[in-house]
Design a protein around this ligand. Structure first.
Ligand code: SF4
Length: 354
């Protein structure tokens, strides 16, 4: 009888979702708590049908350039934290970045994501961001594609400069909206400042991506808190990534969570934010993890790289890089298998300019 009751409840909630009615927090939490294969299949099916309603069978593809792995911060989960002496450090030149961007564009991505640690070279010098601002302009000119910039927390006037130079997106992941957990993960960083930088970016006319890390001590109510935070921020792109332990970090011995956790969050995000962009990152499980994430309702493939360029990833610095699978050509067959296809550059542009 209990099972019947809960099935009934699930069907009621999914029906509501299908009608685009806003779910209550309790209803969203109920979805996050689903366990049985049957229930999860229903959840994912609803997420996919919502995606289809807003995006048809089109998937967006993001090219990724990690342009500097230097960082002044010490996030406990991150391979590139300042104190990790095992970490591989580099800072790519403007020419190298432009070359990578051009190759990504030629391969068919819809956006160039320029990511870096909080590199003191940019962050701690007067006028330090100028080369980066100039680079955004050059990447746009060279590729004709929208640009996302992920430089960490930067002053408001710099966000304005990025926007003026042509940046379209600002990505800055809060990781968690539980302030106590944030303090454990992003050591000696300001929770409020990180959040405020995204609000400022929106005011500058940039689109904003918010993201969380899961399997890092976050409870179901922390996840709910994050989903509420994403709604409040009105981020245009929302993501979740599973924690992956990194060599040489304080969390090196922690286990990575079962992926169903991330998949459920993706599906609930799709249900709560049906018209937003939700990435399936190649960075966690490579192309092998693509199908599940897309089937859970994601509509953007992120972390596509130009092959053999010696550019690192975030969670898995070696994953699929040498194999050349994290490319557009490596991804397309997976999409096709699922009855999906890459959007055109014009289709992506019209979403961005909406
Ligand atoms: Fe630096 Fe970002 Fe890594 Fe934190 S997560 S240590 S800010 S590169």
């Amino acid at each position: 009888a209990l099972r019947n009751q809960s099935e009934h409840r699930l069907e009621g909630i999914l029906e509501k979702a299908g009608l685009l009615q806003e779910l209550t927090d309790r209803e969203a939490a109920f979805l996050l708590g689903l366990q049985s294969r049957d229930d999860l299949d229903k959840l994912f099916r609803t997420a996919r049908s919502l995606r289809e309603r807003f995006f048809g069978n089109k998937i967006f593809l993001y090219g990724f350039i990690y342009l500097s792995t230097w960082c002044r911060n010490n996030c406990t989960f991150c391979y590139y934290r300042k104190s990790n002496s095992k970490s591989v450090r580099y800072r790519k030149t403007a020419e190298e970045v432009l070359d990578a961007a051009a190759r990504l564009a030629a391969s068919g991505v819809h956006l160039i994501d320029l990511t870096l640690g909080e590199d003191p070279y940019f962050h701690n010098r007067k006028e330090g961001f100028q080369p980066l601002i100039a680079l955004v302009h050059q990447v746009k000119k060279r590729t004709g594609l929208p640009v996302m910039i992920s430089p960490g927390v930067v002053p408001g006037r710099i966000l304005q400069d990025f926007a003026t130079a042509g940046a379209d997106w600002y990505a800055c992941y809060q990781e968690t909206h539980n302030e106590r957990l944030f303090a454990e993960l992003r050591l000696e960083q300001s929770y409020q400042q990180r959040l405020a930088s995204k609000e400022e970016a929106l005011r500058c006319g940039l689109l904003v991506e918010e993201g969380i890390l899961t399997g890092i001590g976050d409870t179901e109510s922390d996840i709910m808190l994050s989903l509420q935070g994403m709604r409040q921020l009105q981020a245009q792109q929302v993501r979740v990534m599973s924690f992956v332990p990194q060599q040489g970090t304080p969390l090196a011995d922690r286990e990575t969570p079962a992926r169903i956790r991330e998949l459920k969050i993706i599906a609930v995000m799709r249900i709560l934010f049906p018209d937003r962009l939700i990435p399936a990152s190649l960075d966690v499980d490579g192309v092998a993890g693509l199908r599940d994430r897309i089937n859970a309702g994601a509509n953007v493939v992120t972390s596509i790289i130009p092959p053999l360029m010696g550019l690192a990833g975030v969670a898995q610095c070696r994953r699929d890089i040498d194999e050349g699978n994290r490319t557009v050509a490596g991804v397309l067959p997976f999409l096709e298998e699922m009855g999906l296809t890459a959007a055109t550059a014009e289709e992506y542009l019209s979403w961005v300019e909406k």
